[in-house]
Design a protein around this ligand. Structure first.
Ligand code: C2E
Ligand code: MG
Ligand code: MG
Ligand code: MG
Length: 289
């Protein structure tokens, strides 16, 4: 819009789009600095548990960034900027590398038959990159993590360009990595892709879990997702479980795994490592967090 200044001249104020663009450019620059110096970025790990006995099945790696002047920022704010500017490729690689190394170390502290699964989010923009599968496989192998313990989480938006995404996910799957559809039920794609790509896990979106009790429509959707998964032989994880009532209802519907503040919030590597180093031999009991 145009602003009338004293003195008679008209000055163009920056539009909201201009401000957003310069914010994005500044954030991109700050993120690149963080990635090269390693300062301000970290990965936290949120436990995923078996609903049956609340024992630890694995972790989802979630990126954290403390901006030098703005302080801690939500990934919901900087991941979309990273996607738009392309810096997501380096960020994704950094998270994958950091988390694979971390969990490969932890595997040494738990019994061989109770190896932990690591779930890492890949953005739709990552799947469009030629060579993405080599990057994932090389990073995983160099870190010493077995493919059978790695899960790649993608949202349905990653499947908007199926010509690129489906072959990439197919190669990861052929290598033994499992594929999870994140935030399932909130995307706009057709269910057709479930028959065309190598899905292993559906993660029921938190929005359904939080409305389970008291809203029959949401319970019906949660049930439909678990039935679909049973028929197509996918496993299921319910996201954002916050109450005992939700956990009980999900288990009754047939969900096997859950993730949410009821079980544990995302934790630092030190918090988890401290526990595993001392008590990793006894994972098949309720997690202590
Ligand atoms: P997501 O992959 O669906 O991750 C789950 C989000 O739900 C996390 O938010 C987690 O902290 C939050 N959460 C877990 N349990 C509960 C609960 O009981 N209640 C509530 N209200 N929230 C819960 P976070 O860490 O803020 O991440 C937000 C999103 O940012 C992620 O959603 C994912 O889409 C994206 N993201 C995070 N880390 C990465 C990353 O390394 N790479 C990419 N590409 N995206 C990431
Ligand atoms: Mg996720
Ligand atoms: Mg999710
Ligand atoms: Mg989500």
């Amino acid at each position: 819009w145009v602003c009338h200044r004293p003195g008679g001249e008209y000055v163009e104020e920056p539009s909201e789009a201009d401000i957003a663009a310069s914010n994005a450019a500044a954030l991109e620059r700050d993120l690149r600095v963080a990635l090269t110096t390693g300062r301000g970025l970290s990965v936290v790990y949120q436990p995923i548990v078996l609903l049956e006995d609340r024992s630890l099945w694995g972790f989802e790696a979630l990126v954290r960034w403390t901006h030098p002047t703005r302080g801690p920022m939500s990934p919901a704010e900087f991941v979309p900027v990273a996607e738009r500017t392309g810096v997501i490729h380096e960020l994704g690689r950094w998270v994958l590398d950091t988390a694979c190394r971390q969990v490969a170390l932890w595997q040494q502290w738990v019994p061989e038959d109770q190896r932990l699964s690591l779930s890492v989010n890949l953005s739709a923009r990552d799947l469009d990159q030629p060579g993405i599968t080599d990057v994932v496989l090389q990073t995983m192998t160099a870190a010493g993590l077995d493919a059978e313990n790695l899960v790649i989480e993608v949202t349905e938006s990653a499947l908007v360009d199926p010509e690129l995404a489906i072959p990439a996910l197919g190669r990861l799957s052929a290598a033994g990595i499992r594929i999870a559809i994140d935030d399932f039920g909130t995307g706009y794609s057709s269910l057709q892709y479930l028959t065309q790509m190598p899905v292993d896990i559906l993660k029921l979106d938190r929005s359904f879990v939080s409305r389970l009790n008291g809203t029959p429509q949401y319970a019906a959707i949660a049930e439909a997702v678990v039935r679909l998964s049973q028929t197509l032989r996918f496993s299921t994880v319910a996201e954002g479980v916050e109450t005992e009532a939700q956990a009980a209802e999900l288990a009754a519907l047939g969900y096997r795994k859950g993730q949410g503040y009821l079980f544990s919030k995302p934790l630092t590597a030190d918090e988890i490592g401290g526990f595993l180093q001392v008590e990793g031999r006894e994972l098949r009991r309720e997690i202590p967090w």
